[in-house]
Design a protein around this ligand. Structure first.
Ligand code: AMP
Length: 277
């Protein structure tokens, strides 16, 4: 695997691969099986796979959150080599941002006003800012994102369309632990007890799906809120029933494309999850 620390080295290496189908998997590192699934899909569909590891400062509004973000670079490199990732781009902040650079503002068609966008102000402008930079440097044919960050996928699709970039955005299903907990780099910050309790996010989503014909959305929402309020160490931030195509709230279940999205804090660690059915 070739490792590049600067965009100039990376792009000059990639420019010699004119006939290749380039697949790109952006990550913030602390790689787990969810990330590896994105890379496996990319390996199947592309001739050259580029992974980036970069904890993007402009998408964090909370300093503590970025400072506590896990860093396991040497393990990550071992994992990437094992699945034959071709290229790793692991830049410093200064390679991608000038000192006084401000986050760009994007028109994300309202996708950034709800859920993650509502509770993490400016988050998606930060995501769009870095993804635009990555796409311009790497010029991938396909880019891979996890369904776990459903809102992020819709934002990236909207951005790609607005910028008229010829990049296919591929959505990869969420990889979970045996107890249903979605794999996440932030799980590394949970205590063993909280790792077990955290499975209630997914279990709540599955409960709502299983009971969609029996209870209204309002009743299901109330029921989950009560369950969470009974768990002292868990703080439910939001639980939204939306259309998976545009994230608009739904009052009744549709034939398909129903998404239920959840965010909660456990011992100070913020977790998100969703299901689509
Ligand atoms: P992150 O490093 O958290 O920014 O994630 C990098 C990419 O991996 C994003 O597209 C995520 O949606 C995706 N991802 C994270 N966790 C999972 C998971 N459990 N299953 C599938 N994809 C995931």
């Amino acid at each position: 695997m070739q490792i590049f620390k600067t965009k100039s080295d990376l792009s000059s290496s990639l420019s010699s691969l004119a006939d290749s189908l380039i697949g790109f998997v952006p990550t913030m590192g602390a790689l787990h099986n969810g990330h590896l699934e994105l890379l496996r899909q990319a390996k199947k569909q592309c001739s050259v796979v580029v992974c980036s590891i970069f904890v993007n400062p402009t998408q964090f509004s909370n300093k503590e959150d970025i400072n506590s973000y896990p860093n396991t670079l040497s393990d990550d490199i071992t994992k990437l080599e094992k699945i034959n990732c071709d290229v790793l781009y692991v830049p410093d902040v200064s390679d991608l941002y000038t000192i006084d650079e401000k986050t760009k503002h994007f028109n994300l068609n309202g996708l950034d006003n709800v859920m993650e966008g509502k509770f993490r102000k400016g988050h998606f402008d930060g995501v769009a800012t870095i993804i635009e930079k990555f796409f311009n440097i790497i010029k991938p044919h396909k880019a891979y994102f996890g369904q776990k960050d459903l809102q992020q996928i819709l934002v990236v699709k909207s951005l790609t369309k607005q910028l008229n970039l010829p990049i296919e955005i591929v959505s990869v299903p969420t990889i979970r632990k045996e107890n249903g907990l979605a794999m996440s780099s932030r799980n590394k910050l949970l205590s063993p007890k909280h790792l077990e309790t955290a499975s209630m996010l997914y279990k709540s989503l599955e409960f709502c799906k299983a009971n969609k014909g029996k209870f209204s959305i309002t009743n299901l929402k109330n029921c989950i809120k009560i369950q969470f309020s009974e768990q002292l160490e868990v703080d439910l931030e939001y639980l939204e029933f939306v259309d998976a195509n545009n994230l608009q709230n739904i009052s009744f279940f549709q034939e398909n494309n129903n998404a239920i999205c959840i965010a909660a804090y456990l011992g100070g660690v913020r977790l998100i999850d969703n299901i689509i059915f």
